[in-house]
Design a protein around this ligand. Structure first.
Ligand code: SF4
Length: 271
């Protein structure tokens, strides 16, 4: 793993993602290195030659940069208070966060000015910051789980926490009175059991977000390799779903299923 400490000017950047105004990514790259990672496209902008998952840039001065942005709002409308998402193209609680504590420090600062925040991770390290989450008047904390089965998840997510540990972490955050959400992402056809997942989390999270598999070329390569090695029978089925006219019908069916399960298990959904 190539780890570099880098300096930045802007900690928080405007976002085009739905339901958030800004994003903060304390790291460039992600050690989880999920086979299906949608963020691999970042290499086009960062110039890294290493494989995705084999490099991390640590934005060591990010707290200084964020402080500048939060404490000088009058200079520009750009920094008007809005929903901040951590993080869009990295995991804010990947293992290096244990050492650098950049996500924690950014959150402490955001809490000081009471900005609304949404946190998303694939790591049970989020439990460490429950005390900081409690300082916000508007925060939601989510964990990403694509399949409930630890064994299957491990094939696609070789280095992240076991699903069972993530589940425990999410429950602990919720027990502490913090709004939580489950991010079922990505839905892996024939492997993600959507209904069992909704049933399992019934009454245990405030919202369930569902995201489909991103099959842009670089992402598909990773998924294809795992399928070919472990589920060869599924490979032609995925190709049929994602690379033919079937795709639109699949997405419509999935959207219907998500709202039906949301009603059945009485939980707010986002798809
Ligand atoms: S945790 Fe998220 S950002 Fe990190 S490799 Fe996995 S999908 Fe990509």
């Amino acid at each position: 793993m190539e780890i570099r400490e880098v300096q930045i000017v802007q900690a928080m950047v405007k976002s085009k993602l739905p339901d958030c105004d800004y994003v903060i990514n304390p790291y460039i790259g992600c050690a989880h290195s999920c086979a299906y990672c949608y963020a691999k496209f970042m290499k086009r902008f960062t110039g890294h030659q290493e494989e995705w998952g084999k490099f991390i840039d640590v934005k060591t001065n990010i707290v200084w940069a964020l402080k500048n942005q939060l404490e000088r709002p009058a200079r520009t409308k750009y920094f008007e208070k809005g929903m901040v998402f951590l993080s869009s193209v990295t995991d804010p609680y990947q293992s290096l966060e244990d050492k650098y504590r950049l996500t924690r420090s950014c959150l402490e600062l955001l809490a000081k000015y009471d900005w609304p925040v949404s946190v998303l991770s694939k790591s049970s390290l989020i439990k460490r910051d429950i005390d900081v989450f409690k300082k916000f008047s508007d925060i939601e904390v989510g964990l990403s789980i694509g399949v409930l089965n630890d064994g299957i998840a491990r094939l696609f997510e070789t280095t992240s926490n076991k699903v069972s540990e993530r589940v425990k972490a999410l429950h602990e955050v919720k027990r502490n009175g913090i709004k939580t959400y489950l991010f079922i992402a990505p839905v892996l056809p024939f492997l993600t059991d959507l209904e069992s997942t909704f049933k399992f989390f019934q009454g245990k999270v405030d919202k369930i977000c569902v995201e489909t598999l991103n099959t842009d070329s670089v992402n598909w390569k990773g998924v294809r390799e795992v399928l070919a090695a472990h589920f060869p029978d599924l490979l032609p089925k995925y190709e049929y779903i994602f690379f033919t006219k079937k795709r639109d019908a699949y997405l419509e069916d999935l959207s219907r299923e998500v709202s039906a399960f949301g009603k059945k298990y009485k939980v707010k959904t986002v798809f």
